[in-house]
Ligand binder design. Structure first.
Ligand SMILES: Cc1cc2nc3c(=O)[nH]c(=O)nc-3n(C[C@H](O)[C@H](O)[C@H](O)COP(=O)(O)OP(=O)(O)OC[C@H]3O[C@@H](n4cnc5c(N)ncnc54)[C@H](O)[C@@H]3O)c2cc1C
Length: 417
């Protein structure tokens, strides 16, 4: 595939679509649905053996598959995101079972794979790459252009993605608990609350104290923290609004959270799983047979249902954004979603998609100002009218306003303490 069409390895700038890449990899023997791309099987479930589930963000399936691929000698290591040296989180190479398992959990933090690829390319070893869908697409495009990448990356695993977050997301969580952005040592974005449903998780901040020691704040429920409603799209990079790949369509395996009424009640977390590679599907089936995994086959409708809001924003919402860009004569990446689809979108929903763009844009500047002045309440106040309007458009103004009051009150209580 080395030609000028495939020469651009930017997942947004490239004219090669996710469909085109996935077709070359998974068309043979795979089913196709435009919501998830090609697939062999879809599952809902979790890891039953050992501590995988407990230590993971969701059901632990990603860490378990990584460990199985490693133990079976399919790979020599894993390229994934963990705590870093130069930044709070970075892409890291794990070449032992201990490291692979220890580096579970979701990091909602900006990362790049430049240095880590430089480290492994040409060393003769085989790796599995873990990334959000656009990162996996980029690895696929790179592999088509660079023989060393193609030889090193044997498998790709995608994490379902709503959108990426800038550093401000971690800083916002820390700042509202009295920790200055410079003092953040780490953030556990997903601490399970064993008495609450899986989506009512907590976040925990670790910070460097005055004498340079690392201390931990107690985990705080995300219900009590301001700005953690992912629907608002705080600190979302603009690129994410051009993405239509929710399910990591160019990956051998994709895992997300099964946000379904029948599974969300379980505080330990449950995965939604899409398999495109038969070797991985066989590993999962073996796992089920020996009782290591609890998985049930589900339809694409279930996958969609578990991420419905995400699909609406990234598919019908994208048609609205494409139309707006066309009206303004602005450049847009080539997308599978068509401009004409915006005609089907209800007027109120169009307003929601447009408001989300404004909210994301404003959140970057509002937070920067609030950080410069070391005053978190400034950020909350600047975002208030937008947030209220968002709840109004979503027909939950009363519930939204009560939630905001509660979060403001929680913030003030923490300040007084
Ligand atoms: C930015 C972001 C947005 C997300 N949005 C959604 C969403 O909208 N819907 C949804 O269902 N799920 C979303 N997820 C995925 C979800 O948070 C879980 O990661 C997923 O369910 C896997 O759970 P698990 O228990 O199997 O993973 P675990 O067993 O906990 O393993 C997670 C693995 O992913 C690696 N990892 C963590 N963060 C990153 C990263 N940023 N880049 C690359 N590798 C990483 C870890 O090193 C680890 O190997 C998102 C994740 C991220 C990072």
């Amino acid at each position: 595939m080395h030609d000028s069409k495939h020469g651009n390895v930017c997942p947004f700038g490239s004219v090669v679509s996710e469909d085109e890449i996935a077709k070359s990899l998974y068309e043979v023997g795979g089913h196709y649905d435009k919501r998830v791309g090609f697939y062999v099987n879809n599952y809902v479930g979790f890891v039953a053996e050992s501590q995988y589930r407990k230590k993971a963000s969701s059901g632990g399936v990603i860490s378990w598959v990584l460990a199985e691929l490693f133990q079976k000698g399919e790979i020599d290591g894993v390229i994934h995101v963990a705590e870093g040296r130069d930044s709070i989180f970075e892409y890291q190479v794990s070449e032992s079972l201990g490291e692979i398992i220890k580096r579970s959990k979701s990091r909602y933090y900006p990362v790049h794979f430049n240095s880590v690829l430089k480290k492994v390319l040409g060393n003769g070893k085989k790796y599995v790459f873990v990334g959000v869908p656009c990162f996996v697409k980029s690895i696929r495009l790179l592999s088509a252009n660079n023989k060393d990448v193609a030889e090193s990356i044997k498998y790709c695993i995608a994490i379902f993605c709503g959108h990426l977050k800038t550093k401000a997301f971690a800083e916002m969580i820390a700042m509202q608990q009295g920790i200055s952005p410079d003092a953040i040592a780490s953030v556990d974005f997903r601490v399970k609350n064993l008495k609450k449903p899986a989506n009512k998780y907590s976040s925990q901040v670790f910070f460097k104290n005055n004498v340079g020691e690392i201390e931990a704040l107690p985990p705080v429920s995300t219900q009590k923290l301001y700005g953690l409603d992912w629907g608002l799209g705080y600190f979302k990079p603009k690129a994410c609004d051009w993405c239509d790949d929710i399910a990591g369509e160019t990956a051998d395996l994709s895992c997300g959270d099964a946000w379904l009424p029948e599974t969300v009640k379980d505080p330990l977390g449950t995965n939604i799983v899409i398999v495109r590679n038969r070797i991985i599907d066989n590993i999962l089936k073996e796992g089920v047979d020996r009782g290591s995994l609890v998985l049930r086959v589900v339809s694409v409708d279930k996958v969609y249902e578990s991420q419905a809001g995400n699909y609406r924003h990234r598919r019908e919402g994208l048609s609205v954004r494409l139309k707006d860009a066309e009206t303004q004569g602005a450049w847009t990446p080539m997308k599978r979603v068509k401009v004409a689809e915006h005609e089907e979108v209800e007027a109120r929903r169009k307003k929601i998609y447009r408001l989300r763009e404004k909210i994301s844009r404003r959140s970057h500047f509002a937070f920067k100002k609030s950080k410069t002045k070391s005053n978190f309440i400034l950020f909350m106040v600047r975002m208030l009218p937008f947030e209220l309007y968002y709840y109004f458009l979503n027909k939950r103004l009363f519930r939204g306003a009560v939630k905001l009051l509660y979060q403001y009150a929680q913030y003030l209580i923490r300040r007084i303490k």
